[in-house]
Design a protein around this ligand. Structure first.
Ligand code: PHE
Length: 352
């Protein structure tokens, strides 16, 4: 009797599932044949009232039928799901060659910076750095720049408003002005505060100038500072190191020329030139027929700077020099407009 009934449920369910067409139909079907109140579930619940022998027989049959109906339901679910899927339009042709996935590479400034770092570290220099947001003290005072020096002017320096200064900063004193460093020279003092001579360092880094941009000036530039301090360091040492550096960097024998100049943090101070990398010194349009290219500033460290850093006056000698990374990159790679360098224009960047 019960067996007939179970087989009847099975026949009916397997027949019924064929006409199910949507989610609502699936739901109804599941409720009717497998749900808590379904006939089949009722039979399974009533097994406990049967004799041991019937319980085994009916139980096995009811469970097998339940399984079969579940499978039919799952099959129908898959069928309906696939019916809503347009295989043809979703077809992927795995034989089509893929689009070339271009590789990136370092930016020209990174390339040049690494070249410079390699040359200096091979000569025993260490690489140091310091903050781009700087205190007026390190950028100017400690470097012996007079309080009324025009370089501190609104024209050249990006001063930061007190309200955007970090409230957690130790520099709470309002009179301590904060700025974007105008050169990498403040790192000289920061480094010397923590290190005793002798040492040789280079400081690659960004600097900022509040000035109009043109083909040779940018408000954001990269500088390289070099500082060598010890006993008996002299201008000859500077000239030798500078000549060695530029000769390696440009891959040809170059000469250095010093011209007297003034920077408050050096005494004596120079501007230095290298023999023209294009004509070798004979004179050409690149060097305006002088045979020389202006490269940067340099000089023997002013004793006042040593004192700012906590050294005894006249205990050491040292030289410092600074040059612009962009200018060197432009000379080496023959770029005629500095603004291209940070333009982000891939047509430019990909050339290097
Ligand atoms: N800091 C100077 C500048 O930015 C360059 C310089 C560095 C000059 C070290 C002398 C010594 O122009």
């Amino acid at each position: 009797m019960l067996e007939q009934k179970i087989l009847g449920i099975k026949t009916e369910a397997l027949e019924r599932i064929r006409s199910v067409k949507d989610d609502a139909g699936l739901f109804e079907f599941e409720k009717k044949y497998l749900g808590r109140k379904s006939e089949l579930t009722g039979i399974l619940k009533g097994l406990k009232d049967l004799s041991q022998e019937d319980r085994k027989k009916i139980g096995e049959l009811a469970n097998a039928v339940k399984m079969e109906i579940s499978e039919a339901l799952e099959g129908k679910k898959r069928e309906l799901k696939n019916a809503g899927f347009d295989f043809e339009s979703e077809r992927i042709d795995v034989t089509i060659p893929s689009k070339a996935n271009g590789y990136g590479h370092p930016h020209i400034l990174s390339i040049v910076q690494r070249e410079i770092e390699d040359i200096f570290t091979a000569m025993g220099f260490e690489i140091a750095d310091g903050p781009e947001i700087e205190q007026e003290f390190y950028n100017f005072d400690a470097l012996n720049v007079a309080k009324d020096h025009p370089a501190r002017d609104m024209q050249d320096t990006f001063w930061l408003k007190p309200e955007i200064q970090n409230p957690k900063s130790k520099i709470q004193n309002k009179s301590e002005n904060i700025l974007l460093r105008t050169h990498t020279s403040p790192v000289q003092v920061r480094y010397m505060e923590k290190h005793k001579p002798p040492f040789k360092i280079i400081v690659p880094g960004r600097a900022f100038r509040n000035e109009a941009t043109d083909a040779t000036h940018e408000h954001t530039l990269h500088q390289f500072e070099a500082l060598v301090v010890g006993d008996g360091v002299n201008v000859g040492n500077f000239k030798y190191i500078a000549e060695t550096f530029f000769t390696k960097f440009f891959g040809k024998k170059l000469e250095i020329r010093l011209r007297p100049s003034y920077f408050p943090f050096v005494e004596p101070g120079f501007e230095f030139d290298i023999s023209c990398t294009v004509c070798g010194g004979r004179g050409c349009p690149s060097c305006k027929h002088t045979g020389w290219l202006e490269v940067g500033g340099a000089g023997m460290v002013n004793q006042n700077v040593f004192v700012s850093a906590g050294y005894k006056r006249n205990a050491y000698q040292g030289f410092a020099w600074g040059f612009g990374l962009e200018r060197l990159a432009m000379m080496k790679y023959k770029i005629d407009d500095i603004r291209l360098i940070e333009s982000g224009d891939l047509r430019f960047i990909r050339q290097f």
